[in-house]
Design a binder for this molecule. Structure first.
Ligand code: BG6
Length: 515
């Protein structure tokens, strides 16, 4: 048991769970060809190619495959291989091994193309690679700006590269549309060319083990289910705090803002996993059905609700991790009078039988004091202040699912402090993934790419789910866009966001958990 709050942590053994080795799973996937549209872009360099290389290195997982990067700049295959090698050296924490990279890079190809209008050369290139094209498992990864998505899909359709012979899968990055109406149109458009079961709408949060573990934890343990409702839960807090700013993504972020970037997808998915009913089975559609019911029961927000229960913020200059940090409005490609929010907090209600009256407080922001993502479930106080007559007010029980920086679960309990006095003391029973399983947590993209290659849609969003998530946030976005904030910037980089976020909790006699 570890004891984060104790002033004498040496008394408590932090290793009561024996470490166990994770057996190597049989993850080997069959032959596939992946075409990455945007093969030289940020996502490819930072996440996709590093993940694919990592999977290749884990012996036996990827064997028979080709990856074709597509991009506008002119490059030969060899130059692309060097370009990706440089990206791996720059962005992966593990060192790249020359021999394994050399073997990996033999599977790597490049096609310079203005992909939205040049599918003829794409087809030629594919047939030139010839035998390497695995028509039975062809994946298109669209790691491109939303503006070119339709064009690419239309051309793939024109060249009969979607259904029929190719049976391709298409993986699409968020944001999926910019509101419910555009997401609906985009879906309708894609469905002209692909069937729903060929479409993989990716949200990398769903690839994180602790996020998936919500389902295992909730439905694999009998002791929590009776407590998982309005009778025992006081409130829930979901925090996605980042210490980074928008970096080089100013153009994207100016159009997106925090609600489209994080709330509509990552936070909505976390709410769904906490709040959903047990699915009738573990298949993709059954789980997705339950999640959608949650989105549909989130209380709709009118202007008054938005005014009372949502907070927006934008960072000004400050310091993060000891370094001076620019204001959002001074970042690259950001307007000096930008109205784009970089912080969001709100109180939501899931108006169903289980959760009626239980507030879900959510907050997220860039340039906050530290990087931390967690779900905090606070239970109600015991019915009687029995101990409170002689002790301090008890700290209520809480379950904490920490997703970042460490993946762990803690249960907050009160115990008697040793000694002669009747003193209650808070301790945490703690389970840490890496320590318990003696296992380096994998990148969220690893699981998702493997699932897509294998054809498992469970961790990907379905069309109606995407639209339902937009329906929750659309009123907030349009209200905020119609009334520009007068007080931006309203929090310093390196703080915990605007004062108003703390006040939102104080009004209810609660406070944000210290991350
Ligand atoms: C992405 C957002 O989806 O998630 C980024 O576009 C954000 O703005 C990132 O930084 C956070 O992901 P993670 O896994 O680091 O929490």
């Amino acid at each position: 048991m570890s004891n984060k709050n104790s002033d004498d942590s040496s008394m408590i053994d932090s290793s009561f769970l024996p470490a166990c080795e994770v057996p190597t799973e049989d993850l080997e996937v069959g032959p596939f060809t992946m075409l990455i549209f945007g093969g030289t872009g940020d996502l490819s360099q930072r996440k996709l190619l590093p993940t694919l290389y990592h999977l290749f290195r884990k012996e036996g997982i990827l064997t028979d495959f080709s990856i074709i990067g597509l991009g506008r700049r002119e490059m030969s295959d060899e130059e692309y291989r060097n370009y990706i090698r440089h990206a791996l050296d720059t962005f992966t924490p593990e060192s790249v091994d020359d021999k394994s990279y050399e073997e990996f890079s033999r599977h790597l190809f490049y096609l310079p193309t203005r992909f939205e209008d040049d599918h003829e050369s794409l087809c030629k290139r594919i047939s030139k690679i010839g035998g390497l094209l695995e028509k039975n498992n062809l994946l298109y990864y669209l790691a491109v700006a939303p503006a070119v998505v339709n064009n690419i899909i239309e051309k793939l359709g024109q060249y009969n590269m979607c259904k029929g012979e190719y049976k391709a899968k298409i993986i699409i990055e968020k944001p999926f549309g910019c509101d419910r109406a555009s997401a609906f149109q985009l879906n309708q458009f894609i469905l002209k060319y692909f069937d729903e079961n060929q479409i993989y709408r990716i949200d990398h949060y769903l690839g994180k083990d602790t996020v998936q573990n919500m389902i295992f934890f909730r439905f694999g343990n009998s002791i929590f289910e009776p407590l998982w409702n309005r009778r025992y839960v006081d409130h829930i807090q979901i925090s996605v705090a980042e210490d980074i700013g928008v970096g080089h993504r100013g153009v994207f972020y100016e159009q997106a803002g925090v609600v489209r970037d994080i709330v509509q997808n990552h936070i909505m998915q976390l709410i769904a996993l906490v709040a959903m009913e047990p699915p009738v089975g573990f298949e993709a559609n059954l789980i997705r059905d339950e999640k959608i019911k949650v989105f549909k029961t989130i209380r709709p927000m009118d202007a008054e609700y938005i005014y009372q229960s949502t907070i927006r913020g934008q960072y000004g200059p400050g310091k993060t991790n000891g370094e001076p940090a620019l204001a959002y409005r001074e970042e690259e490609n950001v307007s000096h009078v930008s109205n784009t929010p970089t912080f969001f907090a709100a109180k939501l209600y899931v108006d169903n039988w289980r959760w009626a009256g239980v507030p879900f407080y959510i907050r997220t922001g860039k340039r906050l004091l530290k990087r931390s993502t967690e779900i905090f479930i606070q239970f109600k106080q015991p019915p009687l202040r029995l101990l409170g007559r002689v002790c301090d007010v008890l700290t209520p029980n809480a379950l904490i699912f920490s997703i970042q920086p460490d993946e762990e679960i803690s249960l907050q309990l009160s115990v008697k402090y040793p000694g002669m006095h009747n003193r209650s003391h808070v301790v945490n029973m703690n389970f840490n993934y890496e320590k318990t399983f003696n296992f380096k947590m994998h990148l969220a993209y690893e699981r998702l790419l493997i699932d897509a290659i294998k054809g498992d849609l469970t961790l990907f969003a379905r069309q109606d789910g995407i639209e339902a998530m937009w329906s929750v946030v659309d009123p907030i976005i349009s209200r905020w866009e119609s009334i520009p904030a007068k007080d931006f910037p309203n929090y310093a980089a390196g703080s915990w966001g605007p004062e108003a976020a703390a006040e939102l909790m104080q009004k209810d006699g609660r406070k944000w958990r210290e991350l």
